[in-house]
Design a protein. Structure first.
Length: 260
């Protein structure tokens, strides 16, 4: 599994296709070009996470995030700024193009840095409805793709793209069997993703909005909401400040620096 979505997780951009003709791109090609179109390797931002329970009660978290590309690896660090009970908690992700990513977490209360093993990646990220796996960009080769058709979403004509996990290992690490994305045929932005659990029942829905065009020509979503259909909870992530590019040194992205 790969980085970038937290941003990622989560956001797809595609190029024009002609469905049902010999000139149509296949679903995997669309997905590959989509991931290429949202490559934001160097950036810094501050975001707010609102976590709602089934009754509508809310808990709020503030996080900082930074990422940079170093040779063959894109590295991301996510640090909790508030409230006090989670302040200093830090997640580090090393994303490689051709192999599984590595993740570490630092918990101030325990005063230790611990590597997140593959069986923990499907767990909730700090009590939200996002998961540890959602903090990484998916590896395109881990899925089988299919164009299911075209669907209207908020007045936009969208491709409906299915991505099914190829192996049980991928299913267990992600915590889902497949996902179905709605991708705008005009701007090629993904506005909705449905996640299906290991018994093939839809259990989470992600909504992506407030896209803004960056200086490099790519788009970035300033708002993401993940709804859990089983427990009635939802979490929203809103970007407060965003900066394209980063000058942080590589040693900042080292597991040994997480407790500094």
């Amino acid at each position: 599994m790969k980085l970038k979505h937290f941003i990622a997780t989560l956001i797809l951009l595609v190029v024009p296709v002609t469905y049902g003709t010999v000139t149509a791109q296949d679903a995997e090609e669309i997905s590959e070009k989509a991931m290429d179109a949202i490559k934001i390797q160097d950036m810094e931002m501050i975001s707010t996470i609102n976590i709602y329970d089934a009754r509508g009660n809310v808990r709020t978290r503030q996080i900082s995030m930074a990422s940079r590309k170093f040779t063959e690896c894109t590295k991301m660090i996510i640090r909790f700024l508030a409230p006090a009970d989670v302040k200093g908690t830090t997640l580090l992700v090393h994303d490689y193009e051709d192999k599984d990513d590595n993740q570490w977490i630092y918990m101030p209360a325990l005063r230790n840095v611990r590597r997140i093993v593959s069986t923990e990646k499907a767990k909730n990220f700090m009590g939200s409805e996002f998961t540890n796996a959602d903090m990484s960009k998916p590896n395109l080769k881990d899925y089988e793709y299919k164009i299911l058709g075209v669907e209207e979403y908020e007045g936009k004509s969208c491709w409906k793209i299915e991505a099914v996990c190829k192996t049980d290992k991928v299913r267990q690490e992600n915590g889902f069997s497949k996902r179905v994305s709605l991708i705008d045929k005009n701007l090629y932005l993904c506005y909705k993703i449905e996640y299906y659990d290991l018994s093939d029942t839809m259990y989470r829905t992600q909504y992506i909005s407030d896209y803004r065009k960056l200086e490099d020509g790519n788009y970035f979503a300033y708002s993401m909401t993940m709804e859990n259909l089983k427990n009635g909870r939802k979490s929203e992530m809103i970007v407060d400040k965003f900066q394209l590019g980063s000058k942080l040194s590589e040693n900042i992205f080292s597991p040994s620096m997480l407790d500094k």
